[in-house]
Design a protein around this ligand. Structure first.
Ligand SMILES: [Zn+2]
Length: 296
């Protein structure tokens, strides 16, 4: 179901474009270092809707973010997409999803999108970059600049990294990234925290992937922080040492998670997650040596 709630941050209006809700993953499958004591410690504060009723499974969302500023239409991450061949990831394989209809319902046609920004190049963040036309993968947003890390691109396109754990990401390059480059629409950048355009920066938060970026957008003194896959679930706000199975570089992933939680609790941006269920939007506070997540 479309989560149509929009958030006003300065002059920007930010809306979730939902794609999938995944309910089949146990905490132990998502977090290799999980233990059941963490669950009993969590039941008193874990927000409703973040696990199923029996607390056997975590609930994860897949979605992207639409940002409308007075001057630009921006998408951050583009979900898993339709018609993509994902033989190793059945939940993402050959789907037919009404993502573009949802954008259209909000008055956004593909040609209206100015920028597509990516936190990283994993399969569930690049899908709608392209769509299938007459057997070819073509950019879905023909007037957009697609912006992503040069280091991420080079990593997934270097045969030395074509190892089993990267197999789906490698396939995704072929149908969701390479066509952007061939069409001349890709801007490969250094993720260094500098201001890329007015009020927009890509902050280095590597670990989940080789050059994962946290995207900060500021307007009128207010900040929206798009944290990609630094956190998959509210459980990791309380337990930042819990890496997900998808975190490629463990120690860096923990360091980046702690960095963003500290940044969020100190500077109080509005946090926009990639996989939290419910609104996927909230704030982080810190007390008693613990971080706390509050949904907005
Ligand atoms: Zn993801």
């Amino acid at each position: 179901m479309l989560n149509e709630k929009s958030y006003q941050i300065g002059n920007m209006v930010i809306t979730c474009i939902s794609e999938l809700l995944l309910k089949q993953t146990t905490p132990a499958e998502l977090f290799p270092n999980w233990n059941s004591e963490l669950l009993s410690d969590s039941l008193s504060w874990l927000p409703p809707g973040t696990m199923d009723e029996t607390h056997q499974h975590v609930i994860l969302s897949v979605h992207s973010w639409l940002i409308r500023t007075p001057r630009h239409v921006i998408l951050i991450d583009t979900g898993v997409g339709s018609n993509k061949n994902r033989p190793f990831t059945p939940a993402f394989h050959q789907l037919s999803l009404p993502y573009l209809d949802k954008l259209q319902a909000l008055g956004v046609k593909p040609e209206n999108v100015d920028y597509v920004l990516m936190t990283h190049l994993h399969v569930d963040h690049v899908g709608w970059n392209t769509c299938l036309k007459e057997g070819n993968w073509v950019p879905t947003f023909p007037n957009a600049r697609y912006v992503f890390s040069k280091t991420e691109y080079e990593y997934y396109n270097n045969p030395i990294n074509h190892i089993p754990r990267n197999k789906t990401s490698v396939i995704a390059q072929q149908d969701s990234i390479i066509p952007l480059i061939q069409a001349g629409l890709a801007d490969m950048i250094a993720v260094d925290g500098s201001e890329w355009i007015d009020g927009l920066s890509f902050m280095p938060t590597a670990g989940h992937s080789i050059d994962h970026a946290t995207i900060s957008l500021s307007s009128c003194g207010q900040e929206a922080l798009f944290i990609g896959d630094l956190l998959h679930h509210p459980l990791q706000v309380r337990y930042p040492n819990l890496n997900s199975i998808y975190d490629t570089f463990s120690e860096q992933a923990i360091a980046s998670r702690l960095w963003v939680l500290e940044y969020a609790s100190r500077r109080k941006p509005t946090i926009f997650c990639s996989h939290f269920p419910n609104s996927s939007v909230g704030t982080v506070t810190h007390d008693d040596q613990k971080f706390h997540w509050s949904y907005i």
